[in-house]
Each structure stands twice: as C-alpha cells, then as structure tokens.
Ligand binder design. Structure first.
Ligand code: BGC
Length: 509
C-alpha cells in the first residue's frame, strides 16, 4: 500500500502537468481523496503516539516517587535496588576554588573522548588557562578489547602532553596528575580505582568487565612511557557536580543529559547504610545513581522504545537512558516516522530506504527540526532531504515530523525533571518536609543542580520543557530555590578539578 502511495505522490505532482493534457477528472479526484485519507490516518497515528508518550503531572509524580523509593533501596544494601546502583564515589573533597597547579583530564564516555589540561590559580585567579583536544573513537574500538582502547587513548594523551607549552606550568619534581572521567557504571574501590560493572551507550568491551579500569589505563600509559598518574577516577556526573561546586557552593546535584544520562548528588554519609568503611570526615558522600538503568511501570514506553531496546547491544538495560538520552532520541523519532510512513503513507510510504536505516537520524537533527520556526518549516524540509533523501514533502508531512520531535523531546525532558525532583525529595530539598535526609551542611536556601551534556546545553526546547516540569512539580517556594545551572564541560574541567582536590601533593603548591 505504501509503495503504491509512493507512486501516487509522484502522480500528484505530474497531475498538474497532465491535467492540462486533459487527465480525466475522476482520476485527479481519486488521487486527492487517497491523499487526504493518508493524511487522516497519519494524524490518527500521531495522536495515538502523543497519548502513549504523555507525561501528565500525576504520572511525573509517580515516576519521581519511584525514583526516590529506589534510591532508598539502593542505599540500604548492595543490590538493594535492581535498578539504581547508588554507587558511593569515594570523592572526599569537592573543589573549593583554592586549587592551584597544572592538571590533566581524560574524558571517556561517548563516541568522542577528550584530553585536556587546566592551569589553576587558586581563589583569585581560578582557571588561568585551559586547552583540550577531542578525538573520535574508531567504532571498532568500542566493541574491541580494553588493551586496544586504552593504547589508543594513552597515545592520544602522550601526544597531547608533548604539546604542553606556554601558559602551563608543571611543578618541577612532581609527576603530572590526571583526572579520569570514565562515564560508565563502575564500582569504585577507592578514589582512584574501580571495577567496571557493565558498559552502556553502544560500548561493549567484555574483557574489561569485572576489572579495575584505572589499572588498565595506567598499564597503557606505562607502555607509552608517560609520567602521568591517575589521581581521581570519576563519573561525568561527579565532574559536573565538582565543576558546579567550584563556582557555587550550593551545588548539590550533578546531572548529565548527553549521549547518555545520569545523576549524582551529595548525601549524608549516615544515610548510606550499605557503606562498610569508616565514614568520611566531612560526613557527606557523593552518590552516583546510575539512573540510566531506572525503570518504573509509570514510564510511558511505546513500541519505538521497545524496538530500540531489543535491538541495542544491552537489551533489557538502561530503560530510562533509552527514553531520555541523546544517543536514542533521534532513533526513536526515526522509528515513529517510519511507522507512520509504512502505515499511513507518510513521505510516499516506504520509498526512502534511509528512513528505514537504524540510527540514520541523529539527535542534533531532531533539535534543529524542532527549532524550525519558519512558516513553511523549511529547515525540516532540508533535513528530510539531507538525511533521508526525501526530495519533496507537503507542509502537513513536515508538521508531523515537527510534532514527533516535540512529543519526544518533551517526554524526555519531563522524565529527566521527574528524576531530579525524586533526588531533591530524597535530600529534603523538594519543599516537602516529610521526606528525605535533612541537615545537609549546605542549606542556605538554594539548591543548585549542575547540568551538563549536549541535550541540555544545545537543545533549547528540551531545556525549557525541563525547567517548566520542575516548576510544575514543586511548590512555588521550592521551585524558586532550585536552580538548574549549566556546568559547562563539567566532565572535563570538573574532572581535572577533582584531580587537583585529590592530588597527592595537596591542593596548594
Ligand atoms: C553511564 C553513566 C554516565 C551517563 C552519562 C550512562 O550511560 O552509565 O555512568 O554518567 O551515561 O554519560
């Protein structure tokens, strides 16, 4: 049916020409009727999808309550929650701003990794200088061995260290120190060691699972003969929190909305019942939720989420991440459009092979199409042509595309907001006094949530849907006290800051 619709689309165009050659009127009418019928079917499918993805306030509250409940369970005992790992991070010192010296960071967590260096100048000068280099990870290394991956990273790092020049001042007699942002679930055994639990975001390096990731990295650094040492192993959320804290001491949460998604927060140490070691002197601990693996019966999962999950390298895992994260958003949009194409003849049915190719639509395109405010949705038209090679589209078709982007960005943003509210509730910062651990040191009225990741930084509609959902869920006073702040490059700079605050040489030289 869809293919034949494809042919008729072509006919519609030629109908203008042909009609002047006196095509029978009955034929033109039948084409028009067919087209309008397809349109109606597409609208029905769209509205069903809108309903299935809806996140009304009561549903958000259920999701955030489930998040809080799972947090409690995960803190109680190892494996207490099947979903949230609630990993203590061993980060004892968040940066204060006093840190000085030259520090490096390696940020591994998506399809690109980065090496960077920062020169810290203490309270007055803060970040005096910074440089970074971003490198795409060859796709085969994401599914290869840990030796191959780390040799590649160690080489890039060695080349980068070799370019250290003016504006960067390594302390003579000190070995250079590095923060390692490794943004996958890791069971930390100290601030600079940790065992890989499993991979996410399309990585699958089986030999690394169950092993110390810092040891693997340092061995590769050793093979390159570099004199640089890992001072801190951190999740990107923790780097983001640290970066936020460096500028604003009210920062209590770090959230990543990028390729993947996750959050960490500052918890009272005595709330972490599963902790067996002596409690940290500060009385506080940073807990990495690994909320990507959160699931709840209240999540509005659709056929597209199920397909994405089943066909991923980690089926059954990371449901929340697969509904929110940037790695999947474009793919979900594509699957919805493909279904409407197949069942209602959108874009002439199955005529575009690219539309049926997994991951052919990346999330930045979703953001661009969603931001198209032109009367004719010309940017949408251009992207449909560039990405799917769909040459000509009607306004109604483009509007459907725009709506699908809107529905899914709104859903992801509101779910992320519900997650944040769940954490705020756990620490008693959601405006309700009945729940959560009270008395965290830092309670001068504001709670800053340090945010990082491309979805948050570059997708304006996503950002504003999130903000609106937080305001909707919290009381007016609580909403005023919660500030979402972009902690730009938290996973890079924040990680270097944590290397500084955990330096073996102390923080001030
Ligand atoms: C990882 C987290 C990480 C998040 C954001 C998830 O897939 O499991 O550790 O923080 O992505 O990068």
């Amino acid at each position: 049916m869809s293919m034949s619709y494809g042919n008729t689309t072509v006919c519609v165009k030629s109908a203008v020409v042909v009609r002047s050659r006196r095509v029978p009127q009955w034929r033109a009418q039948s084409i028009a009727q067919q087209k309008s019928k397809s349109n109606q079917t597409a609208q029905i499918l769209l509205s069903e999808f809108r309903q299935a993805s809806a996140t009304p306030l009561h549903r958000l509250r259920q999701v955030s309550d489930d998040m809080t409940a799972e947090m409690h369970a995960g803190l109680l005992s190892e494996g207490g929650s099947q979903q949230l790992k609630m990993l203590p991070t061993y980060v004892e010192h968040l940066p204060t701003g006093d840190e000085e010296g030259l520090f490096y960071a390696v940020d591994l967590g998506g399809t690109n990794f980065r090496v960077l260096r920062v020169q810290l100048g203490g309270k007055e000068k803060r970040i005096m200088n910074q440089e970074y280099q971003e490198v795409a990870i060859p796709p085969e290394l994401m599914l290869g061995t840990s030796k191959e991956l780390f040799d590649f990273i160690a080489k890039t790092l060695a080349d980068f260290v070799a370019t250290e020049g003016e504006g960067f001042d390594a302390h003579s007699g000190h070995i250079r120190e590095l923060g390692f942002a490794f943004s996958f679930p890791v069971l930390q055994t100290s601030v600079k060691s940790g065992i890989v639990i499993h991979w996410t975001k399309g990585f699958k390096i089986d030999d690394a699972v169950g092993k110390d990731i810092v040891a693997a990295f340092e061995e590769a650094i050793g093979r390159k003969g570099d004199h640089i040492r890992v001072a801190a192993l951190v999740n990107d959320t923790v780097g983001t929190l640290a970066r936020g804290r460096f500028w604003n001491e009210d920062t209590m949460l770090g959230v990543i909305l990028g390729t993947g998604t996750n959050a960490c927060y500052v918890e009272q140490a005595d709330a972490v019942s599963k902790w067996r070691d002596p409690p940290p002197k500060s009385g506080e601990m940073i807990i990495n939720l690994e909320w990507g693996n959160f699931r709840s019966p209240h999540l509005p999962r659709t056929f597209a989420d199920e397909e994405v999950d089943v066909e991923s390298v980690n089926p059954g895992d990371q449901w929340f991440e697969k509904m929110v994260g940037g790695m999947y958003l474009g793919e979900i949009v594509r699957r919805v459009l493909a279904k409407i194409a197949q069942e209602a003849g959108l874009f002439g049915g199955s005529s575009s092979p690219k539309l049926f190719e997994p991951f052919s639509l990346s999330t930045p395109y979703v953001s661009k199409m969603h931001s198209d405010e032109s009367a004719e949705l010309t940017e949408v038209a251009k992207i449909l042509e560039d990405v799917f090679e769909i040459q000509s589209t009607t306004f109604q078709e483009r509007k459907i595309v725009h709506d699908v982007c809107d529905i899914l960005a709104e859903r992801g943003a509101r779910l992320a907001a519900a997650g944040i509210v769940g954490i705020l509730k756990k620490i008693g910062r959601d405006g309700s006094t009945t729940n959560g651990s009270q008395g965290l040191k830092n309670s001068n009225g504001k709670t800053v949530v340090a945010m990082d990741g491309g979805l948050y930084e570059h997708y304006a509609q996503f950002r504003s849907y999130m903000q609106a959902a937080i305001e909707e869920m919290l009381s007016e006073t609580a909403a005023k006290s919660v500030v979402l702040e972009l902690s730009k490059d938290g996973s890079g700079i924040g990680t270097a800051l944590l290397a500084a605050s955990h330096s073996q040489y102390g923080t001030v030289f």
